[in-house]
Design a protein around this ligand. Structure first.
Ligand SMILES: Nc1ncnc2c1ncn2[C@@H]1O[C@H](COP(=O)(O)OP(=O)(O)OP(=O)(O)O)[C@@H](O)[C@H]1O
Length: 250
């Protein structure tokens, strides 16, 4: 579904990624891991159109999408979440998801916020749609809470709900478990499993090994800007080079 071919990314004299290639298969959960500074975030930013790579291509469904901006990628079915949760703090949980839906709706955000009569039905429909995604993420009871006041873990679930509302075929998550406690991480794992069950492909950059080993079908390991290994969780856990790279980190 997603293919990364020969990606190299240089920042001045620093080579953050060197000739990295791998594929994310449809329907799977793929984890991208690696010690600090391995190039994970850089790779994510290349794949999601935030960086233009020095060399290499990104293909979505076999079509070259390198350098496409995030909104165009979203239209082709690929959306992302951020490590630092980016929510509208003063809006309610429900409104945060509705903002995402507005970008897909026929009437614009401005006319809806002016509440033209003919837009009320549309607004009701969006509200219903947004609520369904909150239910999916297990946070429907928080619909009318101000997003800024949410516990961190719930904020992350909301961010994922908002991304899901765009009805992607592929969702990329940047360190979704960062800052979560173990109960929140379990909730997150269940949500990711549910997303996979609906047929959506998931790729995530993550530090939490337990989570990665638990939910991923395939894992790509980066080290010092290069791909060190890829395989099933079991193959990765038993790979001596991977073990050495992680031991070397401490
Ligand atoms: N904008 C930039 N300018 C210069 N160097 C950068 C830039 N972004 C990343 N780097 C360098 O590229 C390398 C890879 O960084 P990156 O943040 O992608 O690694 P990472 O695997 O995500 O690390 P972490 O797990 O610590 O988040 C590092 O040496 C980093 O210093």
């Amino acid at each position: 579904m997603l293919e990364v071919r020969g990606i190299t990314q240089q920042f001045g004299g620093v080579t953050a990624l060197s000739d990295v290639s791998f594929a994310v298969r449809q329907g799977e959960v793929t984890g991208i891991i690696g010690p600090n500074g391995a190039g994970k975030t850089t790779l994510f930013n290349v794949v999601t159109g935030l960086y233009t790579p020095t060399a290499g291509t990104v293909l979505l469904d076999g079509r070259n999408v390198t350098r496409l901006p995030p909104e165009k990628l979203a239209r082709r079915g690929m959306v992302r979440t951020f490590q630092n949760i980016e929510l509208f703090a003063k809006m309610t949980v429900l409104e945060n998801v509705m903002v995402g839906l507005h970008t897909k709706s026929t009437s614009g955000l401005l006319s809806c916020s002016l509440r033209m009569p003919w837009q009320r039905a549309e607004e009701r429909r969006l509200r219903q749609g947004a609520l369904q995604w909150l239910e999916f993420a297990g946070i429907a009871e928080l619909a009318n809470t101000e997003a800024g006041g949410l516990p961190f873990g719930k904020g992350r679930l909301l961010e994922i709900a908002r991304a899901m509302a765009l009805e992607p075929r592929l969702i990329l998550m940047d360190e979704p478990a960062a800052g979560l406690n173990s109960r929140e991480t379990m909730e997150l794992a269940r949500l990711i499993k549910r997303i996979q069950e609906t047929g959506i492909t998931v790729a995530l950059v993550e530090h939490d090994m337990e989570l990665v080993m638990d939910i991923c079908d395939a894992i790509v390991v980066l080290n010092l800007g290069s791909k060190l290994a890829e395989g099933s969780p079991r193959e990765i856990q038993e790979n001596p080079e991977v073990i050495a790279a992680y031991l070397g980190e401490g």
